[in-house]
Design a protein around this ligand. Structure first.
Ligand code: AP5
Ligand code: MG
Length: 217
């Protein structure tokens, strides 16, 4: 059976940062819905343009297009053993759709690490984030700056600030998270899959706790 790990948590908590590290240690593909939308936007596809109109307002992209984008992504060969899902599902309808599609791919959601932190920390993290243009590597102006200003350590491309990382938009995204995504906490808790992780610690400490709890599961 393929293994799917769903990373749940509010905007800016560190899902992308941890997903990249987990993807290496667990040898599973990293599937980020936000990165897929940004890639579509970079390529000026219709999906990218549609997604941008929601992302800029801090709102969720409609379920139908999001679900079909993820379905297409996890049907690719690099997801045969499973994937780390970062930012998907984000609504109960997406969680139901995921369950159905994973049956078809001979997999299931095994575990759902739920990373949390207070709103002031989320805003500080998101508003100080710098993202690499080429492959989405993640930096922070204070907590994890690139060695050379504005240049990605890994691939040398420019790092930029996401349009949706302005304080007002981040605040809206956090509100949307509490309205639309929080029901998934109970959804996965009821299934016995949720593990709660304190996201306020340093990146390495969050990773340690995450790996230890995955081992226990
Ligand atoms: P998406 O790109 O998924 O954004 P998000 O969920 O709001 O989360 P972020 O990427 O902002 O934060 P993160 O938790 O990944 O944190 P990161 O590791 O970068 O979605 C963007 C938009 O796309 C949505 O608003 C929506 O419009 C649309 N969308 C996406 N998925 C969708 C879906 N399923 N359905 C509908 N619409 C969807 O870390 C943040 C910063 O903190 C970085 O600077 C990092 O260096 C730093 N940091 C991380 N961990 C730590 C730590 N422990 N200590 C100190 N600093 C840290
Ligand atoms: Mg992210």
């Amino acid at each position: 059976m393929a293994t799917y790990i769903v990373l749940l948590g509010p905007p800016g908590v560190g899902k992308g940062t941890q997903a990249r590290l987990l993807s290496e240690t667990q040898k599973l593909a990293h599937v980020s819905s936000g990165d897929l939308f940004r890639e579509n936007l970079k390529n000026q596809t219709d999906l990218g343009k549609l997604a941008k109109s929601y992302m800029d307002k801090g709102e969720l992209v409609p379920d139908d297009v999001t679900i079909s984008m993820i379905r297409d992504r996890i049907s690719r060969p690099d997801c045969e053993a499973g994937a780390i899902l970062d930012g998907f599902p984000r609504t109960p309808a997406q969680a139901d759709a995921l369950e159905i599609m994973l049956k078809e791919f001979h997999g299931a959601v095994n575990v759902v690490p739920y990373i949390t932190a207070a709103e002031n920390i989320l805003i500080e993290r998101a508003s100080g984030r710098w993202t690499c243009r080429a492959q989405g590597h993640i930096y922070h102006e204070k907590f994890n700056p690139p060695k050379q200003a504005r240049v990605c350590d890994v691939d040398g491309s420019e790092v930029y600030q996401r349009d949706d990382d302005k304080v007002e938009t981040v605040t809206k995204r956090i509100r949307v998270y509490f309205d639309q995504t929080i029901p998934l906490v109970e959804y996965y808790r009821k299934e016995g899959k949720l593990i709660e992780i304190d996201g306020t610690q340093a990146v390495e400490d969050v990773t340690k706790v995450l790996l230890a709890s995955l081992k226990k599961k």
